[in-house]
Every structure is written in C-alpha cells, then in structure tokens.
Design a protein around this ligand. Sequence first.
Ligand code: HEM
Length: 126
Amino acid sequence: MSFCMYIIVKQMHVILVIISVALFQVRYWRIKFLQQETNKLSKVMPHVVDTLLLIAGVSLAWLGGFSPFNSHWLLVKIIAVVAYILLGFIAMRNVGLKQWLAYLLATIIVLYIMSVAHLKTVWPLP
Ligand code: HEM
C-alpha cells in the first residue's frame, strides 16, 4: 500500500516538476521579449504549482525514509531548490545582465536538481 502511495506521489512530483519548469520558462521569455507581465492567473499559478511540488517532495522523502541526514543527495538537492527559488525571484524582478544571469543559473540549477534526484548523487556527471 505505502509502496503504491510512493509511486503515485512520485508521479505527481515529476508531473509538477515538468509544469513548474515550463511555467518558469514561459513566464521568463514573455517578460523578456514581450515586456508583458503576465496576468493574475499566470502570476499565481507558478506559486500554487511550486507549493504542491514542494509538498509532494517532502511527502516523498517522508514516505521513502530519505532525510538530509541520511542522504547527502537530498541535502544538496534542498540547498539547490532554495537557490533555484531565489534565482527565479531575481530573474522575474530585474532587467539586463542581472536578469539574464539569474535566469541562466536557475535553468542550470534545475537541470542539476533533476540529475541529482534521478541518480541520487551530488556529482551527477561522469
Ligand atoms: C525544484 C524543485 C524540485 C525538482 C525540480 C525535483 C525533481 C525531481 C525529479 C525529476 C525526481 C524524479 C527522479 C527520478 O527520475 O527518479 C524527483 C524525485 C524525488 N524528489 Fe524531487 N524535486 C524538487 C523538489 C524536491 C524537494 C523539496 C524534496 C524534498 C524535500 C524532493 C524529494 C524528492 C524525493 C525523495 C524523490 C524520490 C527519489 C526516488 O525515489 O527516486 N524533491 N525530484
């Protein structure tokens, strides 16, 4: 039963990851090229999706018995998630080089987070 629950929550987590990354990219490029701050719904949506994503992540860690103390990859992943959130914030609220660098770093970090989660190692490169 709890294994089945784990699989369902993991599927939800991964779907929310895809939606979250897609919303971040769409929002950034819309602001950058259309100088168009998104409407209320598309401003609120990322926060709702990200909150659900984090809840699903914490539930997965709890269900799977992973903790930042017994799994180094999870500790590093949580630090990287905080960095991703902060950089996303900077990318949406700035212009010019600062905005571009924050966007680039956020994109690299989210790819790193996915690799860490998939391979469960803090150095997911050969
Ligand atoms: C930006 C935020 C996050 C992203 C992009 C992300 C990404 C992912 C991905 C892609 C997987 C699936 C890995 C696979 O291929 O098997 C995964 C699994 C997982 N994530 Fe996250 N995650 C995020 C946040 C979190 C948070 C905040 C936690 C916990 C505090 C968490 C805990 C987990 C756990 C425990 C797994 C299951 C590992 C497994 O059983 O294979 N995630 N995450």
